[in-house]
Ligand binder design. Sequence first.
Ligand code: ZN
Ligand code: ZN
Length: 144
Amino acid sequence: MTESESVPISGGCLCGAIRWEADLPPRASVLCHCDTCRRATGAGAVGWLVFDIAVFRFVRGEPQTYHTDTQADRTFCSTCGTPLTYHHSADRPGDMDVTSGSADAPDDRPPTKDIFVEEKLTWTTRAEGPHSRCDTNNTREIAQ
Ligand SMILES: [Zn+2]
Ligand SMILES: [Zn+2]
C-alpha cells in the first residue's frame, strides 16, 4: 500500500444494489482456501480485505445475512448473489472481512498471506515468493 492511497476504499456487488466503503485501508489482505469460503462463494479460493469494523459501512442497499453453523455472519446481495462480508462477533469482533473481488480496485491490495492452506485445492495456483507490492508492516496475523 502506498502513502497516496485514496480513501474511502469502495466496492459493491455485481448488480449495483449494494455498495460499501471503508474510511481506512485494510489491516490485512489474505487469500482463504477454507471449505466454507469455497462453498459460500463458489470460488476455488477467496480474497479477503480485513478492515477495522469501525471504518466499514454499507452505503447503498442492505445485504442479506446468512448465519453459519460456525456462528459467523456472511452477507451477500439478495438480488445478484455477490458475497460481500464475513464477520465473526465472538472470535474477531473488531474485524470486518470484505471480499477483495467486490472492491472497485481489487488489484490494489493483493493478498500477502494464504490461510487454511491445508484445505487448498490442487488446481488453485498462487504466485510464489513474497508479494512485495503490499506493505507487510501493515498486516497482522489473523485467526479465523
Ligand atoms: Zn447485487
Ligand atoms: Zn475461509
